[in-house]
Design a protein around this ligand. Structure first.
Ligand SMILES: [Zn+2]
Length: 275
């Protein structure tokens, strides 16, 4: 996937489409972005599957990770504190080295300019927050944070004392067991973030779907909801996806270059006139 980026040339046709996207964005009442793994490839985070994928390289995580956590939270915590060689360590090292790319920075700037109202991401890599975006809804959690299984409060790791002799740690607020915020296989999406996503999606009339084919629930429902309510879908993806035929505009290129150019056009268009 990354091999495409250095050869990418933004031609006049694509630039015209990006200008058209900028006018759809500035003309919309409310804009929401939905981002996925493709957006972080340019930050050095390979996709999970396929050649060069994290799981191809390090092995796949257990498909019943959440059930394993519930069955033995102390053991799950021991593995979290000292990941063995394999997918957990590979993922941790890759995420630790990743930095936001031009796409993350452009999305932050769009929010600052009043051109983006919410950012829903399937990524756990923390890169939208590191870029400075504020209205970030992480449906699969954030690898840096911890989350209470009772009251769903998120914590910075320093806020929850972890004593290896007394695992698992418990919530300072309600006493329930604390786990990593990343949503594991078999784990329901935390209801609070899901509610906020639906609220953002229901009030938006323009959605930018970037770096994801959005085929997995619940993300799959968001673009469909926008379509059903007569809104506009803009896709930014180097590859055609299952969503492409449904979109008003599909911008075929790497996220960094396309978002960078979109931001350029949005700045040229001026500030959004809010009604
Ligand atoms: Zn709690």
């Amino acid at each position: 996937m990354t091999a495409d980026a250095p050869h990418f040339v933004l031609d006049d046709v694509l630039d015209g489409q990006i200008a058209q996207a900028a006018s759809l964005v500035s003309g919309a009442r409310s804009v929401v972005a939905l981002t996925g793994a493709g957006l972080s490839v340019e930050s050095g985070i390979p996709p999970f599957r396929g050649p060069g994928g994290l799981w191809t390289k390090y092995g796949e995580p257990p498909m019943d990770g959440y059930q394993r956590f519930l069955a033995d939270p102390a053991e799950a915590w021991r593995e979290r504190l000292e990941p063995k060689e394999g997918w957990a360590k590979g993922l941790r090292d890759t995420l630790a080295a990743a930095k936001p790319n031009e796409a993350h920075l452009a999305l932050m700037e769009m929010e600052r300019l009043g051109q983006l109202d919410a950012l829903i991401t399937q990524n756990i890599d923390d890169l939208h927050l590191q870029a400075g975006s504020k209205s970030v809804l992480e449906i699969h959690g954030n690898h840096r944070l911890l989350r209470c299984t009772g009251c769903h409060t998120r914590f910075d790791p320093e806020a929850v004392p972890v004593d290896p002799a007394h695992l698992p740690p418990t919530c300072p607020d309600c006493g329930a067991i604390v786990k990593g915020d990343t949503v594991q296989f078999g784990e329901p999406i935390p209801p609070d973030v899901l509610r906020q996503c639906y609220r953002a999606v229901e009030s938006c009339d323009c959605m930018i779907v970037a770096g994801t084919s959005a085929t997995v629930y619940p993300a799959a429902e968001f673009p469909l909801h926008v379509l059903r309510s007569g809104g506009t879908l803009i896709e930014i993806n180097p590859y055609e996806s299952e969503l492409t035929p449904e979109t008003s505009l599909s911008l075929r290129g790497p996220g960094g270059a396309v978002f960078g150019r979109l931001l350029h056009h949005l700045r040229a268009t001026g500030r959004k006139e809010r009604t």
